[in-house]
Design a protein. Sequence first.
Length: 579
Amino acid sequence: MSTVKKQVTEQDLKKDFVLFLAYIWQLLELPPPTPKQQEMALWIQNNTSTKRQIIAAQRGLGKSWVSGAFVVWSLWNDPQLKILVVSASGGRAAALTKFCQRLIIEVPVLQHLKPDEGKKSVHRWSSLNFDVAPARVAQSPSLRAVGINSQITGSRANIILADDVETVESVFSVDAREKLMNKLGEFESIILPEGRILFLGTPHTAESIYTKLRDRGYHMRIWPARIPTPEKLEGYHGCLAPSIEALVGIKSGDPADTRFDDADLTARELRMGRTAFAMQFMIDMSLSDADRYPLKTSDLVIVDQVDPEVGPSLVQWSRRNPERTLPIVGFSGDRWYLEGDVPLENRTVKPYEGRMMFIDPSGRGEDECTAVVLYQLHGKIFFADWAAYKDGYGDDTLRGFARMAKRHKVSLVLTEANFGDGMFTKLLQPVFLREGHRCRFEEVKHSQQKEQRIIDTLEPVLNQHRLIVPIDVIQRDLKDIELEHTRCYSLFYQLTHLTKEKGCLKHDDRLDALAGGVAYWVESMGRDDLVAHTDHLRDAADQSIEEFLKIVDHGFGHQPKVKEAGSYGYGCPSGGWLH
């Protein structure tokens, strides 16, 4: 029985954005649009009566790709439109403009939008703005793409498309979020009457701008990576995509789309940490206490001792072996777990691959000058020792650190250079020589908000149970929780009570030192492709556009076959996926 391919006309493509998206995808030799990408495109097309919209979707679902196709589809339907695309940076804005221009140049049904070569003096055609050929003379171009911090006043637009304007940097503090909201407030002054504002993005914080915009009347639709559980449903405030909401309680936990399978999502959650995954992939902005305090003692691997010479080649974490003598310093449900049993044939030991000390200096007073010693073996980090002093850079402090470094045979001492612009290291080096220990000294500077940096560093490592802690290290630290006024000095109290809010802890010196040491090993090991999460968030959206542009630059593959005048078929010569 033969299959008759459906003939899709130019008019069909103009009327149906989902069909147009599939058409573009096939020209680029991409797999068919996923079910959720099609839902996203349908919602964009059918909700024109709602002039203020937000699409909040998981990272990697292709929001930027869809937005570029939507721009050219809109201009194809009405060449007189003025569209302003606002991105997180000028570079991303230029990439999107280039993509739209390439679509106009390469796609047969769009080529009439390209200005004639002889009319370059009349039509704009640059990397940041351009006119389509049928557009009448106007002050504003057909498409203008800008970074969020660019000057947009004076522009006029029928459609404003805000593509991933929220980034880690733009919302890391209250001041940064207010600055971003003020910039977004300018949209209302440049949008034309009956104009439309559409946000496409992924939240980066529980105080996301998308939540604020929703509260101001924007219609939000959310596509998370997995089907949420029933208890999480309320946190989506009725904005969950209906196709996903219908499966809550039936297929909760399953991938919501074909874009990522279960194994892929699980691996991403381990690398990113539970809190970041909940925000970036589950679009869960209603964090519970457990989510607000993401670092938990239950993710540590507790061992009887850390041998100073050799470490176990295999350490396993297990919930079957709770430690019952240590006091609980975290919140409800948190506890301590001893290492799991390892089969006898796998119980081998090896010399450590590295030893280092990280020092977080401080002046005299309430803060502590803290050092931690960490070993590394097979991608695991062993918390060997720590020390804390309150006399700043006094003789006892410097000698104590030197003797601890010598005892543990550390080869590198890393200090935070923010204090005294390197002065502490200069004071430390001669003391080490007097104590008879030679090692390498390095300094590190931090610019990111401290609380965010610590969580971004420690949460993925803890979630993967890669931090091994001997029980004596914990016992020495927990002596400081016996009194109300001293418990804030405990490292593990600091760990379990840290949030992303600036200044949430009265003291964080011990935890900051631990995070500094762990960050060094994470960066130097490179095990399991573990990279700094902040860098990942900063680059993810740009990489998505760049990959798409590589496909565009490579060519559009099989051109559509003309079935009859003004009619286009979707199948490749050997048969395609859209008939």
